[in-house]
Write a protein that binds this ligand. Structure first.
Ligand SMILES: C[S@@+](CC[C@H](N)C(=O)[O-])C[C@H]1O[C@@H](n2cnc3c(N)ncnc32)[C@H](O)[C@@H]1O
Length: 168
């Protein structure tokens, strides 16, 4: 689902990282804001190729091809400063821990949660199994008082985006 247009204003950061480029709507929205760098990761070869072509004249935009859980560490490695993550690399109707990369993506993000501000926005809460939701909430609860969390609405469903922000 596309990123709600005004949502990024609420979670400012120096960098923007998206998983699941699809047709690039999230990148277009992010491009309206003054991120130093915008990174988007797409597993599908043809979609990634089309997105690279679409954004070839956007100097801040970097499209990566590959599975988010494999590519995220390389993307994150060279980023300085705060990051807003838009985790949207899934399309299945019933998202579980085995068919959705969210938990692996969070594991990639975890090493960042030391000395910088990180915003994480997770799309499609309505599609997630109870088990997956519980695992995400458990992950956040272990961040011991350094996070705030909540939900945001989309035009498809209320409370469909689960977010948390980490402040060192
Ligand atoms: C819901 S769409 C993304 C929509 C887009 N973020 C937006 O805001 O318009 C999901 C995309 O994730 C891609 N995808 C699925 N699994 C992935 C993975 N493990 N890593 C990266 N991309 C993945 C799919 O090919 C699809 O293009």
């Amino acid at each position: 689902m596309p990123l709600p247009k005004t949502l990024l204003q609420k979670y400012p950061a120096i960098n923007f990282v998206e998983t699941g480029t699809f047709q690039g709507e999230g990148v277009v929205f992010a491009s309206q804001y003054d991120y130093k760098a915008i990174h988007s990761i797409e597993a599908d070869f043809n979609m990634a190729r089309d997105a690279k072509d679409k954004f070839r004249d956007y100097p801040r935009v970097n499209i990566w091809q590959g599975k988010s859980e494999n590519v995220l560490p390389s993307v994150i490695e060279h980023l300085q400063g705060s990051i807003t993550f838009w985790l949207d690399a899934h399309m299945e109707s019933n998202l579980t821990a085995t068919n959705c990369p969210i938990l692996k993506e969070l594991a990639c993000i975890t090493p960042l949660l030391t000395d910088r501000k990180v915003n994480v926005l997770i799309d499609d809460w309505r599609l997630m199994s109870t088990d997956l939701r519980e695992k995400i909430l458990l992950y956040v609860s272990k961040l011991l008082g350094k996070v705030k969390s909540g939900f945001e609405d989309t035009h498809i469903a209320s409370a469909d985006i689960f977010w948390f922000t980490y402040r060192p």
